[in-house]
Design a protein around this ligand. Structure first.
Ligand SMILES: Cc1cc2nc3c(=O)[nH]c(=O)nc-3n(C[C@H](O)[C@H](O)[C@H](O)COP(=O)(O)O)c2cc1C
Length: 175
């Protein structure tokens, strides 16, 4: 088993692509990768890792991507202990057509895992984005990496690189 677990939910494949790039940049041998649709059975799989990267796009009006719904519901009920776990969040959204809830799913996951005792890392500056509201903002920064492939695909690569480099000392440096 690798040191880092990457779990992603992605309806049209955008967050999946981000997950693959993050894994490639961090180092493939360090990361096990799971599709929430195909490889995920129960949240106890998360607990096998000390370091976790969770990918989730935003759908509905600020909701988590479909494959995350049941596990989020179950964790809200069961309240598993994530203390000692280090978690970073990423996910796709659309700041133009869905600018009132831009990447808000990241905010929901942040609140959930923070409440379960995890250490959340991987905040990202909000400059360069333009939107009305996001539940993923905390102290004026995003709680994870937001990617907007619909409107700003030219910025994706650079944003992923910047984010992964900010995580490297925490996720890789301590190995
Ligand atoms: C019906 C619908 C609802 C959406 N709702 C939101 C939303 O609330 N917030 C947001 O940032 N993006 C929203 N989006 C945009 C998607 O998150 C975006 O297309 C993203 O790239 C999908 O990523 P995925 O392929 O990884 O699921 C919505 C898209 C659709 C079609």
């Amino acid at each position: 088993m690798a040191k880092i677990g990457i779990f992603y939910g992605s309806t049209s494949g955008i967050t999946e692509e981000i997950a693959m790039k993050v894994r490639e940049k961090l180092g493939e041998s360090l990361c096990d990768i799971y599709s929430m649709e195909e490889d995920f059975d129960e949240y106890s799989q998360f607990l096998e890792y000390e370091y976790l990267l969770f990918g989730c796009s935003t759908w509905g009006a600020g909701d988590v991507q479909n494959d995350w719904r049941d596990p989020v519901f179950e964790m809200e009920l069961d309240k598993p202990d994530f203390s000692g776990k280090t978690i970073a969040l990423f996910g796709a959204g659309d700041q133009v057509d869905h600018g009132t809830e831009f990447v808000s799913a990241l905010g929901k996951l942040h609140k959930l895992f923070h409440g379960l005792g995890a250490t959340l890392v991987g905040e990202f500056p909000n400059n360069g984005y333009s939107f009305e509201h996001s539940s993923a903002l905390l102290n004026d920064k995003f709680v994870g990496l937001p990617i907007d492939e619909v409107n700003q695909s030219e910025k994706t690569e650079e944003r992923i690189t910047q984010w992964v480099e900010s995580l490297r000392p925490i996720f890789v440096g301590s190995s």
